[in-house]
Design a protein around this ligand. Structure first.
Ligand SMILES: *Cc1c(COP(=O)(O)O)cnc(C)c1O
Length: 354
């Protein structure tokens, strides 16, 4: 274990900030000037450093490339009204990173390394946090195997990194989703609850097929009979009917979203009825055909809320009530966004302030 960590800084000679158009920030295309790195060697995390963002050397034999020994996180920082940096629930991201690490036979990242690396990197690149409404700084911590060995076994060497990307409002448009009943994202006993690289690589093809039919995203169902709703590509999914907020209960094939958890707690604090339970496709389709599905939306860090305007299932397309009439999604978005930006009291203790 490490008590105090010393982070070295190699700053850029010239910032890319002046050439960056903050009015045009497509998600995940623009990165800040610096990145944080740490190496795991001989059973210890070491070489804590902030260096210019850029390409890096990795062995062509690394298991991260060959076998997907790679995990990641996604979180956001916001600029508060007094210029302070507000990070939303970073300790929960660390906890989930280490849950993923455990599943993928990787060493946990100690809290001090994660938080100090994050703090220092945000300090160095603070000017990259956008301030326009709906915008934020997306933070991507990740760990991958750095062994030079193409055998399949638990690796010995790892790299932990944090990169950051300023983003404008993302997914603000309502989405059309398809309930997937052939392909599978995750199964019981698999790695679905981990934010592990391969889970996403395997989802690209079925998502592409759905895109060819005009859908923005999939809603995954259980991998055995495709009878129960699981989640969306990088978002958990929520429904409102009978004035109740309903979301699939967590399992080892569902990623435990921090946005999902925040929304459940928020809705409960309003006295709203919330159900975390198995949600069958049949039940949702029945509400769709009877017109009793009030709202449906995806929830995740990237979008916060992505309103679903239509759901495709076995060749039929069901349209939901107009997005302008959505009361719950709107209220959730407003309140969560206000907490994240520090314009409403942090009554759940979710904000880490720098
Ligand atoms: C990251 C992710 C989510 C959302 O998690 P948040 O912590 O809310 O961002 C949901 N599902 C999957 C598959 C994910 O990878």
């Amino acid at each position: 274990m490490v008590d105090t960590i010393k982070i070295t800084l190699e700053g850029v000679t010239e910032s890319r900030l002046p050439q960056t158009d903050f009015n045009n920030l497509p998600f995940g295309k623009v990165y800040t000037d610096h990145m944080f790195m740490a190496d795991y060697r001989d059973g210890q995390w070491k070489n804590f450093r902030i260096v210019p963002y850029g390409h890096m050397l990795v062995s062509p034999a690394t298991p991260a490339i060959h076998y997907g020994q790679s995990i990641f996180e996604g979180m956001k920082a916001y600029l508060g009204t007094n210029g302070e940096v507000l990070i939303f629930r970073p300790h929960d991201n660390l906890q989930r990173l280490n849950l993923s690490a455990d599943r993928m036979c990787m060493p946990p990242v100690p809290e001090e390394i994660f938080m100090e690396g994050l703090r220092e990197l945000l300090h160095v690149d603070k000017a990259w946090i956008p301030s326009a409404p709906g915008s934020s700084l997306y933070i991507r911590p990740f760990v991958f195997s750095a062994d030079e060995y193409i055998g399949i076994r638990p690796s010995q060497d790892f790299t932990f990194m944090i990169i950051m990307s300023p983003v404008g409002a993302y997914y603000s448009n309502p989405v059309k989703v398809k309930i997937e009943t052939h392909y599978t994202r995750a199964v019981a006993g698999g790695t679905g609850y981990a934010k592990a690289g391969g889970n996403y690589g395997g989802a690209i093809y079925p998502t592409k097929l759905a895109a060819q039919e005009g859908f923005h995203q999939l809603i995954w169902t259980d991998g055995v009979k495709h009878e129960y709703i699981e989640e969306s590509g990088t978002m958990n999914v929520m429904f409102v009917f009978n004035d109740t907020l309903v979301t699939p209960a967590l399992s080892d094939s569902i990623l435990a979203g921090i946005t999902r958890d925040s929304i459940v707690k928020l809705a409960q604090s309003w006295g709203m009825k919330v159900e975390e339970r198995k949600v069958s496709v049949k039940e949702i389709v029945a509400h769709l055909t009877q017109g009793t599905l009030q709202e449906a939306f995806g929830v995740g860090t990237a979008a916060t809320i992505a309103n679903i305007e239509a759901i495709g299932y076995e060749g039929n397309l069901y349209t939901l009530p107009p997005v302008e009439q959505r009361v719950i999604a709107h209220k959730i978005y407003q309140e969560l966004d206000a907490i994240k930006r520090g314009t409403q009291p942090d009554r759940f203790g979710w904000i880490m302030k720098l």
